[in-house]
Ligand binder design. Structure first.
Ligand code: SF4
Ligand code: SF4
Length: 445
């Protein structure tokens, strides 16, 4: 019967990885529904950016207390992977504590697991603090309109998963310490095991197996849960930071021009400029974005990478002054619409039109409220740019649907006819200087 557990473990593992592969493939396919976008910048700088932002969590340190608490959970998560590797090896080989009994790690193993246990206690503190912050402290960004229903549950669920995982780790280690009369020398479970030392070996084995299976089942559950959760950012933050705007770069915050419009303006300024070549059979180009498939793949990757932390919305001047706009909601809506659109295309074929668009999720009022100040981009810990999506939707609204306000239309007309936002010819722009000089002369006279 010794082969039974490795066999069950192998079947469960393969099933989980197969199901996870299918889910992650869908996400990859959805991101590829976006339009092509060439990302400039050398790979060395991008790699450094990724290590600082995604691995080093650089932007988290703007606010020290949550940064430290988040750091506890993050570092514990990283180091627990070592114990997880051992659990996988144990699962496949049937040898419990492979690193202790098969590899000659000895004291190093004790130190390593002790370190993981200490980190796990700190992660426990961080998790409880974050649960309290979400549910008791009423931090405004966790209670905006978009944070009800699934997003609220999702934020809490992962913290409960974390607690159950920690229970699993300590059940296993403490029971192991009791079974081996403390020979492993682990730091925290070394203090806990006298509490259960009097239980019989059978009960201790059951507790140890319970902890082991709880640990691995939570990990499997997490792998399957991740694609439906905001916690997908644990993985996607890395490519997103790699392809994100480069800190200190000259183009930070720059809004990309529309090549077609640029050509038109050049022709307007210089009618002798050569006409751009056009393919008579090409479909007319759509200005801006009506739906997710009109956005670039990077904007779609952004949508899947959003942690729903709300730092962008907290910093957004439009949101702060009571406008409907919340950049976090823009990202959540884009992801939700992308999931819907992708599912429809997979089910009904590439030409399927469900009669809906991103405008069924995001309103004109939200889009008009953006000042393009880029505060949301600056704040985002995982290099997301909500402004790109807002601008593309706004371009569609204005250029394709003529959906803009009277004041904006007036401004557009002025730019077109006067080369400036004011209703006066360019030649009159310095008239105020002449007027001031005339007034000064009149006073002196
Ligand atoms: S760029 Fe727009 S969405 Fe972003 S913070 Fe400024 S106003 Fe808000
Ligand atoms: S866009 Fe960035 S800052 Fe805004 S909620 Fe998502 S992860 Fe947080």
């Amino acid at each position: 019967m010794a082969f039974l557990q490795p066999l069950i473990f192998a079947i469960v593992t393969l099933t989980v990885f197969f199901l996870a592969f299918k889910k992650y493939r869908v996400i990859y396919a959805n991101i590829n529904l976006g339009k092509d976008e060439k990302i400039a910048g050398d790979s060395g700088t991008r790699f450094k950016n990724m290590m600082l932002l995604a691995f080093g969590q650089k932007k988290m340190f703007r606010n020290l207390t949550p940064a430290i608490l988040h750091g506890f959970i993050y570092v514990a998560f990283l180091f627990t992977q070592i114990e997880l590797i051992e659990i996988f090896i144990d699962g496949f080989t049937g040898i419990h504590r492979f690193f202790w009994y098969v590899l000659p790690l000895g004291g190093f193993y004790t130190a390593l697991i002790s370190f993981i246990e200490i980190l796990s206690v700190l992660a426990f503190v961080g998790t409880i603090a974050f649960l309290a912050r979400r549910n008791l402290l009423k931090v405004p960004r966790f209670h905006m309109d978009e944070m009800t229903g699934w997003p609220k549950l999702d934020g809490n669920l992962i913290l409960f998963f974390e607690l159950i995982l920690l229970v699993g780790i300590f059940s296993m280690n403490t029971a192991d310490m009791a079974l081996a009369d403390g020979k492993y020398g682990f730091a925290i479970s070394g203090m806990l095991y006298p509490l259960i030392d009097g239980l019989g070996d059978t009960t201790l084995h059951i507790i140890e197996r319970f902890g082991w299976w709880i640990h691995i089942l939570m990990v499997f559950g997490f792998i399957l849960y991740l694609p439906a959760s905001k916690h997908l950012h644990i993985m996607l933050a890395f490519p997103n930071a790699y392809y994100g705007p480069l800190d200190g770069g000259a183009n930070k915050g720059e809004i990309a021009n529309m090549p077609r419009i640029t050509e038109e303006i050049k022709l307007m300024m210089d009618p002798s400029a050569p006409m751009p070549e056009e393919d008579p059979n090409a479909e007319p180009e759509r200005f801006g974005a009506k739906d997710v498939t009109d956005l670039s793949w990077k904007s779609l990757l952004d949508a899947y990478s959003c942690t729903e932390c709300g730092r962008c919305s907290s910093a957004c001047p439009a949101n702060q002054t009571g406008k409907l706009l919340s950049p976090r909601k823009i990202m959540m809506d884009t992801r939700d619409r992308l999931e819907e659109k992708g599912a429809g295309l997979r089910e009904h074929g590439a030409d399927h039109d469900d009669g809906k668009s991103l405008f069924d999720y995001i309103s004109t009022e939200e889009l008009r409220a953006c000042t393009t100040c880029n505060a949301c981009v600056e704040e985002c810990p995982v290099s997301i740019n909500p402004v790109n999506i807002i601008m593309e939707l706004r371009r569609y609204m204005i250029l394709e649907e003529s959906n803009s306000t009277e004041e904006w239309n007036l401004m557009f007309n002025n730019v077109e006819t006067n080369g400036a936002v004011w209703k006066m010819p360019a030649s009159d722009r310095t008239s105020w200087i002449n007027e001031l000089e005339a007034e000064a002369e009149a006073e002196d006279a």
